[in-house]
Write a protein that binds this ligand. Structure first.
Ligand code: S3P
Length: 192
């Protein structure tokens, strides 16, 4: 991912925790994993990438799952993982770009956590993604534009907050979201 990483002014938050899961959604290349990791590191809380968790759980790469079981097979596993992760101790969870496709997933996102939509255009995403081979659904730029356009209403449907990422670095986006999570009472001091 190609977003510059220079540091912005940070709010130091040491003994904090989450009152509910925070889901990061948005198109491939939006920065979901980088941003959630950055927030986790600054605030000393746990983050998890749902696709990496799925790969570890299944012992297979996403690409192999698509090759062997198709998108349908992958989507079934994606729902299992979302269900599982959303019932653990609250975590920052970066979701795959297509998580909003199934109504069942949208219900889980809306009902079990706080949803942060990181907005990006397909053109900007294609500049950020260096190696598209691990993302079976990022084919041509025309295809990516059409896929993103079709998903935008679904991202908005479940989002509690939508954050523009274009022109911002990871640090600034992380800071913006940290402030929102604090204001919403989702990221808050833990009793010692
Ligand atoms: C997908 C996005 C990928 C991964 C899979 C399908 C999608 O995750 O879940 O390749 O449908 O947009 P990222 O958004 O983390 O790249």
């Amino acid at each position: 991912m190609q977003m510059p990483e220079e540091e912005a002014t940070e709010t130091e938050a040491k003994h904090v925790g989450l009152t509910k899961p925070v889901f990061f959604i948005g198109f491939m290349g939006a920065g979901k994993t980088s941003v959630s990791r950055r927030i986790a590191r600054r605030s000393h809380i746990a983050s998890i990438d749902a696709d990496a968790y799925l790969e570890r759980r299944e012992g297979k790469k996403i690409k192999s799952i698509f090759d062997e079981s198709g998108e349908e097979g992958f989507r079934t596993l994606e729902t299992d993982v979302l269900n599982e992760l959303s019932q653990k101790e609250p975590l920052l969870i970066s979701c795959g770009g297509g998580v909003v496709l199934k109504p069942e997933n949208r219900k889980i996102l809306r009902e079990r956590g706080f949803v942060v939509y990181l907005m990006v255009s397909a053109d900007e995403a294609s500049c950020r993604i260096k190696d598209a081979s691990s993302r079976p659904l990022f084919k041509t730029i025309e295809n990516a534009r059409a896929t993103n356009d079709a998903r935008i209403p679904l991202y908005h449907e479940v989002a509690d907050v939508a954050i523009e990422t274009i022109g911002k670095n990871v640090s600034r986006i992380a800071q913006e979201i940290t402030e929102i999570l604090q204001k919403e009472g989702i990221l808050c001091p833990l009793p010692k």
